[in-house]
Design a protein around this ligand. Structure first.
Ligand code: NAG
Ligand code: NAG
Ligand code: NAG
Ligand code: NAG
Length: 830
């Protein structure tokens, strides 16, 4: 094994980081309050707020410098003084005015170290704190003599930051021991695509960076306490033991190697090395536990049913190679992230840090519960789940993006809360629209109340249903809506023996309709990975498009809380089952080419057809189905609608698509384009040629990923060595050469270097021609002489796509009927 060399190299290259890793914030105010001298605290020096250098910062006229005559031994000098704001002072005058050089997200930390002085007992202080008119703390009072540090993360769009302290009553007072204000690293809080954890549905929480966040917990799971010494943002990370629900379920894991930070993943500023170098994993040695169990932590957050940002940190330090670890993440018992695949999420580099943000509500007991447990994808021999770190931040309240600095703070307090309530109000109205409106119209919705799919009612009277119901499709179906009773009887009441597939959406049954049409019935289960949005998008897309090489929708059913899609039945099943892993006779090379050409045509239609650019997002050999005559049709559009605009802008959200087929550029740029489909299609081409899975974890490392492995052989000019032996002697050299070049180009690292699917189609047609009428020898001129036939092929393609224009044109209006869908369907990635 070449491991030691790698490790040594890793160590050598990571050493310089250790010394140079420090973050220098553009704005960096550190104030030692109530003092005229500097105080050093961990690695930093805090400037006395009544020193000359700070004279412009402190602006409250009636504040008092207070010092502790009897500081506890060994207590930091920073906490020996405090600034006190006696009651009765005007709220208009801010205590501190700090000029900022950069707008954007800042950290604000307020230290409160109460002590007793003859004039003031700081323990009896009671006050509020606001920043630029926005209230951070209300009626805050210290608990005994414990030092409390409150940390807030918020976006400041004004050049001045003002902190005001306001005693709760005229008879009391406010105080502060130290203040930190510094710029957060760029993109510390990302706006797009944070998943809101709610049962059985996917919602996106946007504008996270405009929220005021208050840190409630910051935990180094499985590790030791980390102090500001150990953290480039001077954070403190506590150990997780006190929060573990069942200590016996977890086992500490750690590594001595520095994490393999990858660009696009987490950075040292997101969390320090030590967070990623330790974790808790499933304690599978514990005989008292079942084979599958969760590790759970419960974090008291002090507020009930309040939104929190839950940031989870991961780094696969428990696997010995890639693709060993798959697990699920739950927040408050709701599935937050299914089948986390750290290998894929962290750029196929082991032990590279990754983090993901969720927005979730604390429960009625004021708890946020985080669980990790094995996924269905886990290899039974290697069932495991890990967690390296957790941060929980309360979303204090939405801030208006327009908040600048006002002349009168009071105005801003009012404006802030009015805007806040406006946002709340519109959310409420939205909720009512979503959940209540159709209730009045249909009594039957009552029955589906208890299921997770109730939001479907929102669309019950929408134009989607109307349009589809009224559609007379070319297949002669008067209506696409099919009754549950008909489906039930057509599938023998969902007889398990009729199951022909299981997907993220649910089970697929073979069935028949009243008129004896054979159909495939895809029945969603509540809580399935794909939920309502996929269901609706599939209906929307499929009713809009009809094409010989796309599996067509026969109908759908949404009765009694069922979500069922009915498709034309494809006798021969998925392409994959004709390549390997089944008893089907192997397809000939010519058949395989025809299948590839058919699938490319279907995809070409999706990308460029009369509807509009649609990205499939999950092209793979199990999504290319064959009918009785081995005509290929592309299936499973459940994922296709999500253009990059909604939930794919940031890697921290659920990456959809299938491992092994996923466009590597998608990870780098987090942007999905039609070239991502081309990449996946290239992997299918190699799969067709070599008859092996896109990813085979059982193989030696360099063979695990088919695309990488095949391209290695192709670069050596020896791809013929790994061609499926069943067809090796049928393939003409020129045909192989052209095919291999095409597949390789599809799998180019960068989307711009990949051909369009139209070019791929043209090339595949050409490969078929070379196979049928090309020379037997692989000579430069023989294979190179393609002009004549190529032109023919291209003309063929053009006329083909014209004649196969869809019959669903008339329904294209339905897209505009829903803003959601118009967004979803846009191929904005181009
Ligand atoms: C306190 O620190 C500031 C910089 O933070 C420095 O300019 C100043 O000289 C220091 N004062 C003393 C008395 O050391
Ligand atoms: C998000 O913030 C941007 C700019 O700050 C604003 O234009 C947009 O309306 C906000 N969106 C929501 C949903 O609040
Ligand atoms: C954190 O920093 C302190 C002080 O430098 C050091 O003693 C300790 O070992 C560090 N902890 C870790 C886990 O690196
Ligand atoms: C893990 O926890 C979730 C949420 O509470 C639960 O639904 C799931 O069944 C648990 N998994 C196991 C294996 O116990």
């Amino acid at each position: 094994m070449a491991f030691p060399v790698n490790l040594i190299l890793t160590l050598i290259f990571s050493l310089p980081h250790l010394s140079s890793a420090s973050f220098t914030p553009p704005d960096n105010y550190l104030l030692n309050c109530g003092s005229n001298t500097n105080a050093s605290f961990s690695t930093r020096s805090f400037l006395g707020d009544s020193s000359n250098q700070a004279s412009t910062f402190l602006s409250a006229d009636r504040s008092i410098s207070l010092s502790d005559q009897n500081p506890p031994p060994n207590s930091p000098a920073l906490y020996h003084t405090a600034r006190v704001f006696p009651g009765g002072s005007s709220p208009q005058s801010p205590a501190y005015r700090l000029h900022l050089t950069t707008k954007g997200t800042h950290f604000i930390r307020l230290h409160f170290a109460p002590f007793k002085a003859p004039t003031f007992n700081l323990n009896s202080a009671k006050f509020s704190v606001s920043v630029n008119g926005f209230s951070l703390l209300t009626t805050f009072t210290p608990t005994s003599s414990v030092v409390v540090v409150k940390e807030f993360i918020l976006k400041i769009d004004s050049p001045v930051l003002e902190i005001s302290f306001l005693p709760s009553k005229a008879s009391t007072f406010a105080f502060v021991s130290a203040v930190e204000v510094f710029s957060a690293p760029k993109d510390y809080i990302i706006d797009q695509g944070t998943k809101r954890v709610v049962p059985n549905s996917a919602q996106i929480f946007s504008n996270l960076s405009s929220q005021v966040l208050e840190t409630v917990h910051r935990i180094n799971v499985g590790g030791s306490k980390l102090t500001p010494f150990n953290d480039s943002l001077w954070r403190t990370w506590l150990v997780d033991d006190d929060y573990l629900l069942l200590k016996g379920a977890a086992k500490r894991a750690w590594t001595t190697h520095t994490p393999n930070y990858q660009s696009g993943g987490a950075t040292r500023e997101i969390a320090p090395d030590n967070v990623y170098m330790t974790a808790q994993e499933m304690n599978r040695d514990n005989q008292e536990l079942q084979a599958r169990f969760n590790i759970s932590w419960e974090f008291p957050v002090g507020s009930r049913s309040v939104l929190h940002l839950v940031r989870l940190h991961f780094c696969d330090i428990v696997s010995s190679s890639l693709n060993q670890l798959y697990f699920n993440v739950f927040i408050n018992d709701f599935l937050a992230y299914r089948d986390v695949d750290l290998s894929a999420l962290s750029f196929h580099v082991l032990a590279s840090p990754f983090y993901v943000d969720f927005v979730a509500e604390s429960d009625r007991d004021g708890m946020v519960r985080v669980s990790v447990g094995p996924s269905d994808l886990s290899n039974p021999a290697r069932v495991n789940a890990i967690l390296n770190g957790v941060e929980i931040m309360r979303i204090v309240s939405p801030v208006s993006s327009k908040v600048g600095y006002g002349k009168k703070n009071v105005v801003w307090i009012v404006a802030g809360s009015v805007l806040g309530s406006l946002v709340l109000l519109s959310l409420l109205v939205l909720c009512c629209l979503c959940f209540c409106r159709p209730k009045k119209k249909k009594s039957r919705t009552k029955r589906s109340e208890s299921t997770g799919w109730t939001p479907l009612r929102r669309f019950r009277n929408s134009s989607i249903s109307r349009t589809t119901e009224g559609t007379v499709s070319s297949n002669g179906y008067q209506t696409l809506r099919i009754s549950f009773a008909e489906i039930q009887s057509g599938t023998n009441n969902f007889d398990k023996s009729l199951v022909i597939g299981v997907g993220g959406f649910g089970m697929v049954f073979k069935g028949s309709l009243k008129d004896n049409t054979k159909v495939a019935v895809k029945r969603g289960v509540p809580g399935s990975r794909q939920g309502l949005p996929e269901f609706l998008s599939e209906i929307t897309i499929l009713t809009k498009i009809r094409h010989r090489h796309l599996v067509s929708l026969v109908g759908y059913c949404e009765e009694q809380s069922e979500m069922i899609l009915v498709y034309e039945y494809m006798d021969k099943g998925p392409l994959k089952s004709h390549l390997y892993g089944s008893t089907n006779p192997p397809l000939s090379w010519k058949q395989r080419l025809e299948v590839c050409i058919g699938a490319a045509r279907g995809l070409h239609y999706l990308h460029t057809g009369s509807s509009q650019g649609i990205i499939h997002r999950d092209i793979k050999s199990t999504n290319i189905l064959l009918d009785n005559n081995y005509v290929a049709k592309v299936a499973d559009f459940g994922l296709s609608r999500s253009g990059p605009c909604l939930d794919e802008t940031h890697v921290s959200t659920g990456v959809k698509g299938s491992f092994g087929y996923l466009d590597p550029e998608y990870f780098r740029r987090q942007q999905l384009t039609d070239k991502s489909d081309v990449y996946s299609f290239g992997v299918v081409l190699f799969e067709v040629l070599c008859a092996r899975p896109a990813v085979d974890p059982l193989l030696v490392r360099e063979q695990v990923n088919l695309a990488e492995w095949a391209i290695e052989w192709q670069k050596k000019g020896m791809l013929d060595q790994i061609v499926d032996p069943n067809i090796a002697d049928q393939i003409k050299p020129c045909s192989l050469k052209k095919f291999a070049e095409t597949a390789e180009k599809c799998c180019a690292d960068y989307g711009v270097d990949r051909p369009t699917i139209g070019d791929v189609l043209w090339n595949l047609e050409h490969v078929l021609q070379l196979q049928e009428s090309g020379p037997l020898e692989n000579t430069e001129e023989a294979c190179g002489d393609v002009t004549g036939s190529g032109t023919t092929a291209r003309q063929g393609l053009t006329s083909d796509s014209n004649t196969e224009r869809d019959s669903g044109d008339g329904t294209s209006g339905i897209i505009d009927s829903s803003q959601v869908f118009s967004q979803l369907l846009n191929n904005a990635g181009r």
